[in-house]
Design a protein around this ligand. Structure first.
Ligand code: GTP
Ligand code: MG
Length: 196
């Protein structure tokens, strides 16, 4: 039933440094959450089909604000990464406040894409995030990132392991690689189903 999003129309919309600045939502939103350096901005760029609409970090901690991208009337929301050690306590507090402030608002959370690096077993901070998403009854899909770093066989076995550790179905996960393009059509389909 879902139509297709016209990704080629994607444009940067706005950037916010405090939750108070966030405008009331007027469109469906797809939000990308995950640890710093997990590949949020890269995945967003790949989904949009634009090399560098979202800023990709040469060093982690690049995305320090909430960035909105308008994709054919659906807002793609790039959150700052959590758990990045090398910023000041004050900056960490600002980011945490920004993320919590975003989720606290009455918004149109059509889909949360929770990114997890496929190479590592479940980390506490990811377990907490998924727990929060479940408790809040937010619709989410887990994107396992950087799949190109593992062999096909290891990708699947690690996906099974992570599904078990997170207590979710394998079908709630998508293997992705922003480098190789793995999982992009599947993720687009899920976004379109959630938003259109
Ligand atoms: N091999 C590989 N590297 C990737 C992939 N996706 C991202 N990277 C690399 O991982 C690093 C971090 O990518 P970003 O997209 O900036 O990650 P982020 O989650 O937006 O990071 P913050 O904004 O700091 O939270 C960069 O060096 C990317 O080139 C992938 O699919 N495969
Ligand atoms: Mg980023």
């Amino acid at each position: 039933m879902a139509h297709k999003l016209r990704y080629e129309t994607a444009r940067y919309a706005a950037s916010y440094g405090t939750p108070e600045q966030l405008p009331a939502p007027t469109t469906p939103e797809v939000v990308f959450v995950g640890r710093s350096n997990v590949g949020k901005s890269s995945l967003l760029n790949r989904l949009i089909g634009r090399a560098s609409l979202a800023r990709v970090s040469s060093q982690p901690g690049k995305t320090a604000n909430i960035n909105f991208y308008d994709v054919d009337g659906v807002m793609f929301v790039d959150l700052p990464g959590y758990g990045f050690a090398k910023v000041s306590q004050a900056e960490k507090r600002r980011w945490a406040n920004l993320i919590a402030g975003y989720f606290d608002q009455e918004r149109s959370f059509n889909l949360v894409v929770a990114l997890v690096d496929i190479r590592h077993d479940a980390q506490r901070i990811d377990l907490e995030t998924l727990g929060f998403l479940r408790e809040s009854a937010l619709p989410f899909v887990v994107a396992l990132t950087k799949a190109d770093k593992l062999s096909r066989t290891r990708q699947e076995s690690q996906a099974q392991t992570l599904a078990r550790q997170f207590g979710i179905e394998r079908s709630q996960m998508v293997l992705t690689s922003s480098q190789a393009g793995t999982g992009i059509p599947e993720l687009r389909r899920r976004i379109e189903e959630a938003c259109l």
